[in-house]
Design a protein around this ligand. Sequence first.
Ligand code: ADE
Length: 222
Amino acid sequence: MKIDILTLFPNMFQGVFEESIIKRAIEEDKVSIQLIDFRKYTDDPHNKVDDTPYGGGAGMVLSCQPIFDCIEAIRTENSKVIMLTPGGVPYSENIAYDLSKEKHLILLCGHYEGFDERIKSICDMQISIGDYVLTGGEIPAMVLVDSITRLIPGVIKEESYREDSFSNQALLDYPTYTKPRVFRGMEVPEVLLSGDHKKIEEYRHQEQIRLTKENRPDLLEK
Ligand code: ADE
């Protein structure tokens, strides 16, 4: 998969894709990530990419021209253009899974007050990573790249994500433990040491229900 990230702040991404699983996925050619500063596409003699809002109001609005020209220069018929915006559809594991099947993603990061509304017409989708406002779309783009890359076949073992929270069920993940058996008086549940796989499965399922009730009752209502 190819991912192009359109941003005015490519340095924000420094380091993020140079560690751990994403780094390996890039090295193994499972994904290639390109950072594109869309300021390079502006026609403005002073390199401006934004302007004041019609009708008045605070802040600056990203202009159509540099973003249209940039997207038109890089997209193909296989591209999916995604605008990161707090007004987008709520991001989820299901969306990450669908996007992990795409050949080319173009992630458009905003900054300042937002985008000229007409920029939506060149995007296939608008995504929000949560009900809070960040200073720009860069961190949301990192969230998408990370959550999508781990789902690309061969990046991590399928069994590592099959039972994750949100993967294929409306329940949170079950708790896990490793050595030592007792840490500061806190013991690993006996059943996990029993070797009885049926009992372990049942225990884990009950724990999933308990944790979901505790932390995400909204998921059970669905
Ligand atoms: N840009 C600013 N806040 C955002 C959010 N919550 N999701 C996606 N893009 C954003």
